[in-house]
Design a protein around this ligand. Structure first.
Ligand code: MV4
Length: 458
């Protein structure tokens, strides 16, 4: 086991990794920007090093400064958390070449899955279902032929895109030329790469992802699935749950087996997530693979009673995965609400500032992963997540009731937060019935709630 681990991250995930390392008997090293001097992660770690000014590019993305801190602290391994450098193959390579074990998959897996086109191609080769799509559009004729073949509506996507940027729906051939031109110019502007391709549009798909864990000896298991369909219009997840509600058991079995097959096909090691779109007809398609621990990992942990982050560290330290697939048993249902410093009434505009009183929920079946405290400063430089509230109970219905109770107990004064929108989501009948999909929030919650003025014709 490592003697000392550096956590190259901040906020709640830095605390999460520090806690896992401490339970494994490792010493911990935090790195912090000047804006995080009074944050909890430098306080909780055994050592802490300032790696630069508040701007991410000059601190949490500053590879030379992070490596310097690792050298000075003489650590054995580096955990990247999520976001920042967690899927940066070059960073993983630099850690290894400096003698620090990168706590994550191999550099090749990061690189392969980081390029969406190569990932999709590799999955198709492994007989993992992918969304029917064209190659990069070289001519209008190509596009017209492809669309006639798969049928409208279609979705135009940017090759360099991801996260929903540069996508265009085209409902009929007459609109195809304009759609291609618009998507391509938007992609050129956003990514300096105007290449686009076309896919069959899945109408109202669900976003279902499968947690996998592989050791460095080729053993791969899954730890069930998570439904992440409740997303903001910006494609950022807001609420996640495990297991996915109303999922046909045969579809679940096929989905989980496909995820393990996909991970094995790329010799995957450490924690990873296979993302799929599940269509209304029960067919599912590979979307992308995340080669990091994810924000929503706690819903899997509480349902399966395992510590994914400790397994990440153990696997990186060369341990065999001692959990066999047959031993993996789901217990109950868990829901996670992301509490962000955002104003849902104003397109989720980020809020920043000094917090007033912070009071978190507790009691049976509640877990709170958070780094904030009464009087803490919420800096404007980083993503806006303040806390994750996780409610676990025997059934989904009970988990919904428990989460409602937990949100009612939550107090975070000083900034706008997403607590109210979560209370609205949990009170919406289609959510309670488990009938959500990727555009559900916009269509069923954000639209339905319009101030009177707007309703009068605004
Ligand atoms: C799709 C789709 C429907 N049909 N592809 C959005 C971001 C990018 N990762 C892929 N996304 C989608 N691709 C086809 N052929 C619907 C979406 C989509 C979506 C996917 C996952 C999670 C949230 C989403 C929100 C809107 C659209």
């Amino acid at each position: 086991m490592f003697a000392k681990v550096l956590i190259a991250n901040r906020g709640e995930i830095a605390l999460r990794v520090i806690r896992a390392c401490r339970e494994l008997g490792c010493k911990t090293v935090a790195v912090f920007s000047e804006a995080d001097r009074h944050s909890l992660h430098p306080r909780m770690a055994d050592e802490a090093y300032c790696i630069g000014p508040p701007q991410s590019a000059r601190s949490y993305l500053n590879i030379p400064n992070i490596i310097s801190a690792a050298e000075i602290a003489n650590v054995d391994a580096i955990h990247p958390g999520y976001g920042f450098l967690s899927e940066n193959a070059q960073f993983a390579e630099i850690c290894a070449s400096h003698g620090f074990k990168f706590i994550g998959p191999g550099v090749d897996s990061i690189g392969l899955m980081g390029d969406k086109a190569s990932a999709k191609h590799r999955m198709a080769e492994a007989n993992v279902p992918v969304i029917p799509g064209s190659d990069v559009v070289e001519s209008e004729g190509d596009a017209i032929r492809f669309c006639r073949d798969v049928g409208y509506p279609v979705l135009i996507k940017a090759t360099a895109g991801g996260g929903g940027k540069g996508m265009r729906i085209v409902g009929r051939e007459a609109d195809l030329t304009a759609g291609l031109a618009a998507a391509s110019s938007e992609a050129q502007a956003a990514f300096n790469d105007g290449r686009v391709y076309v896919e069959k549009l899945l109408v109202h798909p669900r976003h279902i992802e499968v947690q996998v864990l592989g050791d460095e000896f080729g053993h791969v298991i899954h730890l069930g699935e998570r439904d992440c369909s409740v997303q903001k219009p910006s494609h950022q997840k807001l609420l996640e749950e495990a297991p996915a509600p109303n999922l046909d058991p045969a579809v679940r079995a096929e989905l989980l087996a496909t995820a393990v097959k996909a991970a094995r096909a790329v010799d995957y090691a450490n924690a990873g997530t296979l993302e799929f779109l599940l269509n209304e007809d029960g067919k599912f398609y590979f979307l992308e693979m995340n080669t990091r621990i994810q924000v929503e990992h706690p819903v899997t942990e509480v349902v399966f009673g395992i510590d994914l982050v400790k397994w990440q560290v153990r696997i990186a330290a060369g341990e065999r995965l001692s959990v066999r697939q047959e031993e993996v048993q789901a217990n109950g249902h868990a829901i996670e609400c992301r509490i962000n410093a955002e104003d849902a009434e104003n397109s989720f505009r980020p809020a920043a500032g000094k917090l007033g009183s912070v009071l978190f929920p507790g009691g049976p079946g509640i877990r709170v992963d958070s780094h904030i405290y009464t009087g803490a400063e919420v800096p404007p430089y980083y993503d806006s997540m303040l806390a994750k509230i996780v409610a676990h109970d025997r059934t989904r219905g009970d988990a919904v009731l428990r989460m409602r109770r937990a949100l009612a107990e939550t107090e975070i004064l000083g900034v706008a937060t997403t607590v109210p929108i979560h209370e609205r989501i949990l009170a919406t009948s289609s959510f309670v019935e488990g009938r959500t999909f990727v555009t559900w929030l916009r269509e069923h919650v954000l639209q339905s709630h319009r101030p009177v003025g707007a309703a009068l014709g605004g």
